[in-house]
Structure formats: structure tokens, C-alpha cells
Design a protein around this ligand. Structure first.
Ligand code: ADP
Length: 543
């Protein structure tokens, strides 16, 4: 027997309409290329999103057409998010920090008809435009004059595009399974692969993200997503903020700039923010150097790569900011787990609490997880057995855009994340490593993430990365690469001694190399692939 309930579709249009009706007054503040601080309200945003949708209709947009964006986090990007998706088109966010060949591949693979481009990325696109035949027009995300002399064929400014369009619109009635946005994985192995999100998946993900033990966002929060809108829907924060009517603060091009972020937090009274650990390192470095404070900030969510304990402690002990660890991936819209205190939290010792806090948290309702051994047998949830982490759920991709199921999509409906993890009896997941980064020493596995976190706890270390370097006897041994803090003099012997008693003796790295910087991926994570390439001629002493 079927239930007798209305079959309202779960769409981003429903989120937008709700926010327009009930949170029209809530503010959206942005740093953009043309304005140091642009400020307007949700109702203005959606009125302009409607004008954009009308403009796209005029340009002949058909359902499912891809609208590419190369843009920072700001209000115009948000208008494209809603305007394109609610019109039944696909907002295809492209990571501008990718190599030109990758952008070329992605735009052509997606067959983007329009590219909405921040002025900062014009030089890249001028060189690339002739290789992008599917792109009919380039839309420069700026004021009327911003397209003049920009050097792109058929360019028009965003403001000119929407200038004469009406705010009134009848949005199409979309099936909730309609595609709404597209994001390519960074392609660390092979070509990037497109993850095509549906309205339904993102609405469910947004509900999941808002729950108290997840991001816990209410209308009283002022939220600053530093996590880029060009990568996995900015962890769905723009949609979540719209559902509850929270004020949004977008840092625009100043995403990695500790000084600018501190200023925004202070001037806009930001209470909650989210970003990868490297961003927080920059902010903490700036706060340490200047003695500046972030008094309004209550919580930060850290994900995308492992959050070292040193970041958590610096935020909490010096600034009273609670740090929550999260894990996910592009294929998961992105949220998988989030770390929040359990009901019995206060009965745990400080050590027990820290052990749990350094894990990535428990799966959000909607995400099912398991760990398996190489033969596919399920491993126990004892916090020690580690294996390949698999996931399934309504916001996890079932196949890649125009590729179909990849190697990671098993016949049984589970998706292999490529991560190695443990799960404990409470359901807390700990990511031990990426399968491709784990160090295979004499047939045993060593977690590069654990070693990095240990090194990061040393007061002289600004950033650390551990890779497996080849070894004649053990196949691989851990090599620690370290960027010292300014003025620090820590040396090899001191650093290696620091590991004693903190990790198993045979895990201690065989050598330390001090470097000026470490390579990062386009999303700000340590790039082990590039580091391995840099260190390919390295030999351990005496080998
Ligand atoms: P890419 O790295 O290709 O840009 P994603 O952004 O989808 O792709 O990254 C997903 C991967 O990032 C995960 O599979 C995991 O390895 C890593 N990751 C994400 N969050 C965490 C975390 N909190 N701790 C450790 N690793 C993480």
C-alpha cells in the first residue's frame, strides 16, 4: 500500500523559494574583484537569479545544458548556482587552479555552452579559448565595463547580460532527479571524472548537513564558507544557509589570505566557517604574528584532508573556537562523516575525547559505511582493523558523467572511496590514509597521515608531509619532508627523537628532508603525487 502524501519534488527551486519567502531579509556579503564589500539580501539574490535564468532562456538554453563557472565564492557565483539549476540547467563549477590541460579537458568533456568567468582568470582563458569550441559565449563576472577589451571572443559582462531582463519568472517544474550541478574530481589518477549531482541528492544532503550533530547551522549563525564554491558545492553551505536563513559571508578571491579572513570574521561577526586545514594554518599564522583576535567565531569545520591536533589546540586554547573534523569527497556531494560529541561525552577522560576528536566522526544519516579486506570481507568495528572504506547512499554518485561506472563502483552497489580507514565500536571513522599514499614497509602498512600529524605537533614545524621512498630491504620506508616555522632551528635528530613513544618504533621515519615549501593540489591539499615526483632521486643515507 502506498502512503497518501503529496509528492512534492525535492529541488533547489524549493530551497530558493522558501528562502525568498521566509528569509528574504537575510544578508549576503561578498568580496569581489570589483567591490571590496558587496552587500545585499537573499531576495535580491533570487531576483537576479531569475534575471539570469531569463537571459539564458533568451540565449536558447535547453534543459540539461551545462553552464560552466570559473569563479570565486561571491554573490554572482551564488546567482549562477540557483539561476542555472532552477532553470533545469547544470551549473558546472570548474576549479580555476587546475592546469590548463585539465580545464581544457573538463570544458570539452562537459560541452559547456557558456563559461562564467571571474576577471582574475582571464589570462588563463585567453590562452585556452580557441580550444573550447563548445563555448558559445564567455560571461565576465563583473560590471558592464568588465568585458571591454577582455580578449575573449563573444564576451559579455554578467551585468550587461542580465541588465534588461525581468525579475518575474515561472520556474520550470523539475523532477527531483534532474541534474543540477557538475563537478569533476581533480584527476590525480587519469583524467578528471565528472560527478553529476541531482536536485534530490543535494536537498537530502542539505538536510543532512544542517542537523545538530552535523554542521548545526541555524538562522542565528553568520556563516563564511571558505571552502570553494568551485569544488563540491562548497560542502552545500550555500544551500543550507538559504534553508535556515543564515547570513552568508563570501571571501571572494581572498580565500587563502589569513589577514583578509580575520578582517571579514571581525567586521561581519562570523560565527561559523569551513575550510581545508591549509587555510586554517594561514589564519592561525596571521593571528599568531599580529596578536589579532576572532572573537565572534565559535566553530570551524575542517575537512578535505586530515586536521592536525595542533590546529585544533591552537584554535581552542588561544581563541575559544571549537574545531570539528569532517570527511567526504567529490563523489559524496561531499559529506560522509562529521565529528560531534556523543551523548556520554562528559563521562570520557580528556585523552579519550582527544582520541575520538582526531577521527573524522560518525556517518551522517544517509551515508552507510563499511571497511573491507582485500578479498572484500567485512572487517570488525574495533578501531584497529583497517581496510578499504566503502560507502553508499542517496547523495553518493552512482556513475560518472559520460563515463559510466568506474572501478570504484562495485556490482553490489557500494562505492569504494580509495581511503583506508578504521571504524570503532561507536561508529567513529578514522582515515588512516589514501590507498595510494599508504607506506608499504616490508609488507606492513604505515599511515602517512599519523606521521604527519605527529610531526605537526612539534613547535618548530609549519607543515609536514610523509611519503614512502624506495628502500632496498623494506620496499618503502617513510621519508618526512618538513617546512620549518620562520626562525625555527629544529634539526633531523630532534625531530626523529620527537616521534619516540608517540608511534610504533618501526613507523618512525628513516630520514627528514627540510624544504622551503610543499606542493599542494588545486584544492589546497598536500600533493603527495608531486612530492613523490620532486623526491624521485632521493636515496636514504647508506642505501
Ligand atoms: P580530490 O582530492 O581529488 O580533489 P576530493 O576533494 O573529493 O577529491 O577528496 C576526497 C579525499 O580527500 C578523500 O577520499 C580523503 O582521502 C581526503 N579527505 C577528505 N577529508 C579528509 C579528512 N578529514 N581526513 C583525511 N582525509 C580526508
Amino acid at each position: 500500500m502506498l502512503g497518501l502524501m503529496m509528492n512534492s519534488q525535492l529541488t533547489l527551486t524549493a530551497i530558493m523559494e522558501h528562502a525568498r519567502k521566509f528569509h528574504g531579509d537575510a544578508q549576503i556579503v561578498s568580496v569581489t574583484a570589483d567591490e571590496p564589500l558587496h552587500r545585499y539580501r537573499y531576495r535580491d539574490c533570487f531576483a537576479r537569479a531569475a534575471r539570469l535564468a531569463n537571459a539564458l532562456r533568451r540565449l536558447g538554453a535547453r534543459p540539461g545544458d551545462r553552464v560552466g563557472t570559473l569563479a570565486w565564492n561571491d554573490y554572482r557565483h551564488l546567482e549562477v548556482y540557483f539561476g542555472a539549476a532552477c532553470e533545469g540547467l547544470v551549473c558546472h563549477t570548474i576549479n580555476p587552479r587546475l592546469f590548463a590541460e585539465q580545464i581544457d579537458f573538463i570544458v570539452n568533456h562537459a560541452e559547456d555552452r557558456w563559461l562564467f568567468v571571474d576577471p582574475a582568470f582571464l589570462p588563463q582563458l585567453r590562452a585556452l579559448q580557441e580550444r573550447l569550441p563548445t563555448v558559445e559565449r564567455f560571461v565576465i563576472l563583473g560590471p558592464a565595463a568588465s568585458a571591454e577589451g577582455c580578449g575573449l571572443r563573444d564576451a559579455i559582462s554578467y551585468e550587461s547580460l542580465i541588465a534588461d531582463e525581468p525579475e518575474s519568472i515561472i520556474w520550470p517544474d523539475l523532477d527531483e532527479n534532474t541534474a543540477c550541478s557538475l563537478c569533476y574530481t581533480s584527476g590525480t589518477t587519469g583524467n578528471p571524472k565528472g560527478v553529476l549531482y541531482s536536485h534530490r541528492a543535494l536537498v537530502l544532503h542539505t538536510y543532512g548537513a544542517l542537523m545538530p550533530d552535523t554542521m548545526n547551522i541555524s538562522c542565528r549563525e553568520v556563516v563564511m564558507p571558505v571552502v570553494p564554491m568551485f569544488h563540491v558545492n562548497a560542502w552545500s553551505i550555500p544551500y543550507g544557509a538559504a534553508v535556515v536563513g543564515a547570513k552568508l559571508v563570501f571571501p571572494g578571491p581572498r580565500m587563502g589570505d589569513g589577514e583578509a579572513l580575520q578582517r571579514l570574521i571581525e567586521s561581519e561577526s562570523v560565527t561559523l566557517s569551513a575550510a581545508v586545514p591549509t587555510v586554517w594554518l594561514a589564519v592561525l599564522g596571521y593571528l599568531e604574528k599580529t596578536g589579532k583576535r576572532v572573537p565572534s567565531l565559535k566553530r570551524v569545520i575542517v575537512g578535505g584532508s586530515a586536521c592536525p591536533r595542533s590546529i585544533m589546540e591552537a584554535f581552542e586554547q588561544r581563541h575559544g573556537v571549537h574545531v570539528q573534523h569532517a570527511w567526504g569527497m567529490t563523489e559524496m556531494s561531499p559529506m560522509g562523516t562529521l565529528n560531534s560529541p556523543t551523548a556520554d561525552w562528559d563521562t570520557l577522560s580528556a585523552d579519550e575525547q582527544w582520541t575520538l576528536r582526531l577521527k573524522v566522526g560518525r556517518p551522517v544519516f544517509g551515508v552507510d559505511v563499511k571497511i573491507v579486506d582485500p578479498e572484500g570481507g567485512e572487517l570488525p568495528w574495533d578501531g584497529e582493523s583497517f581496510g578499504s572504506l566503502k560507502v553508499r547512499g542517496p547523495w553518493i554518485c552512482s556513475e560518472y558523467f559520460r563515463i559510466g561506472k568506474g572501478d570504484a563502483h562495485a556490482e553490489d552497489g557500494w562505492f569504494e572511496t580509495g581511503d583506508v580507514a578504521t571504524i570503532d565500536a561507536r561508529g567513529f571513522v578514522a582515515i588512516t590514509d589514501r590507498i595510494k599514499d599508504v607506506i608499504k614497509s616490508g609488507g606492513e602498512w604505515i599511515s602517512s597521515i599519523d606521521l604527519e600529524n605527529t610531526a605537526m605537533a612539534h613547535s618548530g614545524v609549519a607543515e609536514a608531509a610523509v611519503i614512502g621512498a624506495s628502500h632496498p630491504k623494506w620496499a618503502e620506508r617513510p621519508l618526512l619532508c618538513v617546512v620549518r616555522k620562520p626562525g625555527a632551528t629544529v634539526d633531523r635528530g630532534e625531530l626523529l627523537a620527537f616521534f619516540e613513544g608517540k608511534v610504533a618504533k618501526w613507523w618512525i621515519p628513516d630520514d627528514v628532508v627540510f624544504v622551503d615549501d610543499l606542493p599542494h593540489t588545486a584544492t589546497g591539499k598536500l600533493s603527495k603525487k608531486d612530492l613523490r615526483e620532486r623526491m624521485k632521486d632521493y636515496r636514504f643515507p647508506g642505501t
